[in-house]
Ligand binder design. Structure first.
Ligand code: UDP
Length: 239
């Protein structure tokens, strides 16, 4: 059973369990998808029913941010651990390199997905990258066709939320891939054009603050964080 945090149902899994579950989905017929919401996305889901349906419709909903872990605990239904999308992706690629599954990288500015592919092939020897495409396209159909032609098993869809979740829900089955993962800004990090917060910051639940210092223009989006905590407190009182 999923753990509800303000209307978004999270799967309660350790990272190992999540990667095992994704690997199992990959071997099942049909098209499946994974999303990794943070508090900001939960707040978007409160206002946007379509985004909420796309997020909750995923086969795996994994808590990306420490805020979700805190929120779930405050509501009296703790989650086992944080499973950040980028770390989940790293584990999955390690597994794919060993099992011969192929990966398509979709998203970010032109050139970024190609650079990410080069870096990832070095980092995960044996990883097969079936193709790449930037995230600034007009027609879904052309991209869907490119993925289908590539024969990729897995697609990392990195268009930002909730664009990527809606894209996956709309187009996933037509890509022919078995697993699509919505992974936000991960390609920028894999390509080396953006940095993750050092371990100290993430260990102390301050990754958001590090990002804010590096990219002050995110302030508007980050105001959703305190709002999320207020909403969780209201929900706790209501319960
Ligand atoms: N992006 C994209 N197409 C768009 C809008 C955004 O490919 O139409 C990319 C953007 O270049 C960035 C990623 O989506 O690489 C979103 O990154 P952000 O840091 O906002 O995502 P987060 O990890 O915070 O969800």
């Amino acid at each position: 059973m999923r753990i509800d945090v303000l209307g978004v149902g999270f799967d309660n899994m350790t990272m190992t369990e999540a990667v095992d579950a994704a690997a199992a989905l990959l071997d099942r017929p049909g098209c499946h998808y994974v999303v990794t919401p943070n508090p900001e996305i939960v707040e978007v889901c409160l206002e946007n029913g379509e985004a909420k349906a796309a997020v909750n419709g995923a086969d795996l909903v994994l808590p990306d941010g420490v805020g979700i872990i805190k929120g779930a605990a405050m509501l009296g239904t703790p989650l086992k651990e944080r499973t950040p999308g980028i770390e989940f992706a790293a584990h999955l690629m390690g597994r794919m390199a060993r099992t011969g599954k192929s990966l398509y990288l979709l998203g970010a500015k032109p050139g970024v997905a190609e650079q990410a592919a080069e870096n990832l092939k070095k980092q995960y020897p044996g990883l097969m990258v079936a193709g790449t495409h930037d995230g600034y396209f007009q027609e879904d159909a052309d991209v869907v066709e490119a993925i289908r032609k590539s024969g990729a098993d897995v697609v990392f869809v990195c268009l930002g939320a909730p664009k990527q979740e809606l894209w996956i829900q709309r187009n996933g089955p037509n890509t022919g891939a078995h697993l699509l993962c919505g992974l936000g800004g991960s390609l920028d990090i894999f390509a080396g054009v953006a940095e993750r917060a050092p371990k100290f910051w993430s260990d102390h639940g301050l990754e958001w603050f590090y990002r804010l210092c590096r990219e002050p223009r995110r302030i508007g989006r980050m105001m959703k964080l305190p709002l999320f905590l207020i909403h969780v407190k209201q929900e706790r009182r209501r319960k």
